[in-house]
Design a protein around this ligand. Structure first.
Ligand SMILES: Nc1ncnc2c1ncn2[C@@H]1O[C@H](COP(=O)(O)OP(=O)(O)O)[C@@H](O)[C@H]1O
Ligand SMILES: [Mg+2]
Length: 333
């Protein structure tokens, strides 16, 4: 089921939590809202869920309008047919896993084949047989899987997830992320995933939306946002950026800041028209598959990924293809 957001905004007192926003999520698509704390990700997600009433605008889920300020439509959360997963799991501690998952179905008096449906949901998250446990008898990762099961047991077409993996440790997070993505694909769900972690967003999503101060700065497939950040803020927030000295002029580009990514810098010249810079090595970190090196280059600090170790304070030549340079035109201050 698709999601269409038109001109939706939200103010809390004097805080503009969400600027007027437009967004279209296609059926079966997995998108992430990513940005620093306080940029409005949760606000937008809660508005989609019906847990927060926006100042104005229109929201449709598929063909159904669930909110319209103009037509006075406000479909309540429980009638929107969306599943929600929260960072803190939000499980009832005094209820078994079975009862936690069954809760939404019981609340709607939708208890036909209850046992079968709860088991189905638990099996989807590989927790078949855990029905009689209590949340405190389970690990954090298992508890979060229970909350996924609870979100899908009502068979929603849309699932909204607010930093569902942030409370878990790194190894667990990687595994659950893969599981979550294959599960949403398998069930044909449309997913909106909130995270402050840009790596997580890039790895899990079909498209990502980068937000700052209540505003969507860019929406695109992860490769596009990474390789062609539109805004200075994104260049720093999604991946690492090196800014090319102003003295370097590129043909046909007369405004904007030129940048490149760490993996585009080389110690060897490859093409006759490579740009050449001189850098002094300041730090070297071994990352297993490469070395991450900080260098002073013409009064700024660059970060590069090289295949071999360099000595501190060495002076090296660095080469760069012109096609690996991207020009940013927004947020230049
Ligand atoms: N219920 C609320 N009352 C007042 N301010 C709020 C409320 N919810 C969110 N805000 C404010 O709105 C802004 C966006 O918050 P939020 O959507 O939670 O950001 P994020 O999820 O990206 O961290 C923040 O400045 C936050 O303090
Ligand atoms: Mg939040």
């Amino acid at each position: 089921m698709s999601i269409t957001v038109e001109n939706v905004s939200k103010t809390f007192g004097s805080v503009k939590a969400l600027q007027p926003t437009n967004l279209k999520v296609e059926t079966g698509e997995f998108i992430s809202l990513v940005g620093p704390s306080g940029c409005g990700k949760t606000t937008l997600l809660r508005i989609l869920a019906g847990l927060e009433i926006p100042d104005g605008g229109k929201i449709s889920l598929g063909d159904r309008v669930v909110y319209s300020s103009e037509d006075g439509i406000e479909v309540p959360a429980e009638s929107r047919g969306v599943g929600m997963v929260f960072q803190d799991f939000a499980l009832w501690p005094h209820m078994t896993v079975f009862e936690n998952v069954a809760f939404g179905l019981r609340a709607r008096k939708d208890t036909d084949r209850l046992k079968e449906r709860v088991s189905w949901a638990l099996e989807r998250v590989q927790l078949g047989g855990y029905e009689d446990r209590y949340p405190k008898q389970m690990s954090g990762g298992q508890q979060q899987r229970v909350s996924f099961a609870r979100a899908i047991v009502t068979e929603p077409k849309i699932i909204l997830l607010d930093e569902p993996l942030s409370a878990l440790d790194a190894v667990l997070r990687d595994g659950l992320r893969l599981m979550l993505r294959s599960l949403t694909d398998e069930l044909g769900l449309t997913a909106v995933y909130v995270t402050h972690d840009q790596h997580e967003a890039m790895s899990i999503s079909d498209r990502i939306v980068v937000m700052k101060l209540g505003e969507m700065l860019q929406m695109g497939v992860p490769e596009e946002v990474y390789n062609k950040p539109r805004h200075m803020f994104i260049a720093g927030f999604v991946g690492k950026s090196n800014f090319i000295p102003e003295r370097v002029k590129l043909n046909g580009v007369d405004e904007g800041r030129h940048m490149t990514r760490p993996e585009c810098l080389r110690l060897e010249k490859k093409n006759s028209d490579d740009l050449e810079f001189t850098g002094t090595v300041k730090t070297v970190s071994y990352l297993g598959d490469r070395y991450e090196v900080h260098l002073d280059v013409e009064n700024s600090t660059w970060v590069a990924h090289f295949p071999r170790r360099l000595e501190l304070e060495d002076t090296v030549k660095i080469y760069l293809s012109k096609e690996d340079i991207h020009t940013i035109k927004e947020g230049l201050e």
